[in-house]
Write a protein that binds this ligand. Structure first.
Ligand code: HEC
Length: 154
């Protein structure tokens, strides 16, 4: 186990060592887009239960809500380096320059999502009606941020 951990650590250090700024920027974009996919995957399960296309299950609902909250609570500082907007890196990202020109305003949208995800995590495992009641604020927080900071043709 120790040897495996040491090997993994060495591999990570070596990979980090060959990071040029360009590949680091692409990695940051990939990381934040992957995080968004995690949001969407977990919210998708909650949304399907809310709509009745997936049967409500308290344990699954709680797991999805906990995952969404954990993902939204990650420190994303390194995932949004300057120079990774869709003007500087066309075709690679849908992130609008406004993220950086109005910074740190986007943090309010991030906090809105955390607050809505906290509410969801508090009720998702109780019953379907409570889950449904908590959906709106989450959707609003995703949509609000996308409207302001994500290119709409993405
Ligand atoms: C703080 C702002 C913000 C919040 C909150 C937010 N997003 Fe995003 N989202 C973005 C931005 C900016 C992009 C474009 C990222 C890029 O292309 O680099 C994006 C991209 C995405 C993508 C496309 C990812 C890809 O693979 O290209 C999905 C899916 C997504 N968001 C889902 C969600 C869901 C679901 C929520 C709510 C649970 C959410 N987002 C909340 C800002 C946000």
């Amino acid at each position: 186990m120790k040897a495996i951990l040491a090997t993994t650590a060495t591999a990570i250090v070596l990979t980090a060592g060959v990071f040029t700024p360009a590949t680091a920027n692409e990695a940051a974009i990939k990381a934040r887009q992957s995080l968004m996919q995690l949001y969407a995957f977990n919210l998708g399960q909650l949304g399907a239960m809310a709509k009745g296309t997936m049967e409500y299950n308290a344990e699954s609902a709680q797991a999805a809500a906990d995952n969404l909250l954990a993902a939204a609570s990650m420190n994303q500082m390194a995932m949004w380096p300057e120079g990774t907007d869709n003007v500087a890196m066309p075709g690679k990202t849908a992130a609008l320059p406004e993220i950086w020109t109005t910074f740190p305003k986007i943090a309010e949208n991030g906090q809105a999502l955390v607050a809505a995800a906290e509410t969801m995590a508090g009720v998702a495992g109780q019953d379907l009606a409570a889950l449904q009641g908590a959906m709106g604020d989450i959707g609003k927080s995703c949509g609000g941020c996308h409207k302001a900071y994500r290119a709409s043709d993405d």
